[in-house]
Design a protein around this ligand. Structure first.
Ligand code: UD1
Length: 418
């Protein structure tokens, strides 16, 4: 298994290009299932999750051609509207095919994703919404089976603003008969990006990015071209990297309007975040890092996907801080690993209490999930001595060549193949 070796303590300086967003790309690829002519996506990141989604679509008989950062997806014919366990178990976002398949093919069979490292993560809200749109749902043999001759628009209310749930329902409603409204919808930028593609495909969606989305169903959707938004979580991860190394990074393509809550907290902690003359975002870390309290929330709140990285910043701050995780129930797996590097962190249920230390020490550590892995790399960049991050397949799921990007701005970091 590959691992990453880091000699910590180098100050990072230079320009980094932010890749296309993973969490936008996956639903955009699944949206292509709704169109009877090819969809072209640009600025597609080269990630394991993107390759898994391509594989998943190909098992259905859909044509997927990826060349450089462009993907052409041709779902003129869908031979089998099924998502097998072998693929779904490696990537929970596979559930995003459910809505489009039942809307386009009248039936779908998708493996239940099951639990994962960061909590139970049920899909009950996806299923409840599809049922309200007229799908008959059956759970059998670990699979969800959904059937509907033609979905019918309805008024939906989400108990929680689930991101992929909102996306699944928005895609299903785009081919339903009549109007659907989704109240308490998720407001993440990736939802807006998906609505933008669907509208180019011929859908009529309003309100994406707010908590109420209206979708006028169409009888058919056709292919279109779309450029994926930049990855706000990758950008936020690099901001923390500048913070913990006292560095000076220019992030090309980063969008501050997608990161307002995180940027506000990073600034409170002492990072200087500005636009440089080229329009890119410049991030400078200063000393001391100030301690700030953070609570994760659905967008536009502080993203749970930056919680682990923020904890590394706070681990090196002067003072005490409290990080409260409200989105997932079990997302502190990085804590014991960070403690092994000398961080002082106590957890009490959904709260982590962090007492900043002057420095961290390199150690062999184990990555447990995608964002926890990123946090361990950040800790390694700041630590004295060598850090060995194991199980980095998590990192490869969601970060495009992270070690190469860090090495290009002065980090002593390399991948060891094994
Ligand atoms: C998406 C992101 C993930 C991010 C998360 C929260 C993608 C591919 N993944 O995941 O990176 O961490 O949003 O910002 O975009 N819930 C239910 N019932 C449901 C659905 C969700 O109870 O049917 C709960 C979950 O258990 C969780 C919370 O809602 O506690 C938020 O989950 P959700 O927004 O659905 O996350 P994902 O869409 O899976």
């Amino acid at each position: 298994m590959d691992k990453i070796l880091i000699e910590g303590g180098r100050r990072l300086e230079g320009r980094v290009r932010v890749s296309g967003a993973k969490n936008a790309t996956l639903p955009l690829m699944c949206a292509a299932l709704l169109a009877d002519t090819p969809v072209t996506l640009k600025n597609v990141p080269d990630l394991m999750d993107v390759r898994t989604t391509a594989k998943l679509l190909r098992t259905m008989g859909v044509g997927v051609a990826i060349e450089g950062d462009a993907a052409v997806i041709d779902a003129a014919r869908i031979a089998s509207p099924e998502a097998p366990y072998e693929l779904v178990k490696t990537m929970r976002a596979s559930i995003l095919v459910l809505g489009p398949l039942v809307a386009r093919c009248g039936r779908a069979r998708v493996s239940l994703p099951g639990g994962c490292a960061i909590g139970e993560r049920p899909i009950n809200l996806h299923l409840k919404g599809l049922e309200a749109l007229g799908a008959a749902i059956r759970l059998t043999g670990g699979y969800v089976e959904a059937e509907a001759k033609r979905l019918r628009g309805d008024r939906l209310y989400l108990d929680f603003p689930t991101v992929t749930g909102t996306e699944n329902l928005m895609m299903a409603a785009a081919l339903a008969e009549g109007r659907t409204t989704i109240k308490n919808a998720a407001r993440e930028p990736e939802i807006e990006d998906l609505a933008a593609l669907l509208n180019r495909m011929g859908a009529r969606i309003e309100g994406a990015g707010t908590d109420m989305i209206t979708i006028e169903g169409a009888s058919r959707l056709s292919g279109a071209e779309h450029t994926v938004i930049p990855d706000r979580i990758e950008a936020g991860t690099f901001m923390v990297a500048a913070g913990v190394t006292g560095g000076d990074l220019v992030l090309e393509g980063a969008r501050l309007d997608h990161l307002e809550a995180a940027v506000a907290k990073f600034r409170e902690a002492g990072l200087e975040i500005t636009r440089d003359p080229s329009g890119a975002v410049r991030v400078r870390g200063g000393r001391p890092i100030r301690s700030v309290d953070v609570k994760t929330l659905p967008h536009p709140g502080f993203p749970t996907d930056l919680q682990a990285q923020m904890m590394v910043l706070m681990a090196l701050s002067r003072g005490l801080s409290v990080i409260t995780e409200t989105v997932f129930e079990n997302r502190f797996m990085h804590v014991p690993e960070l403690r092994r590097m000398g961080a002082r962190i106590e957890t009490q249920g959904s709260r982590a209490i962090i007492e900043g230390v002057a420095g961290l020490d390199g150690a062999p550590v184990m990555a447990s999930d995608l964002r926890a892995s990123a946090a361990l790399v950040l800790a390694g960049l700041a630590a004295r001595g060598t850090t060995e991050v194991n199980r980095i397949y998590h990192l490869d799921r969601g970060y495009e060549r992270m070690e190469a990007k860090f090495a290009a701005v002065g980090a002593a970091i390399r991948r060891v193949r094994g």
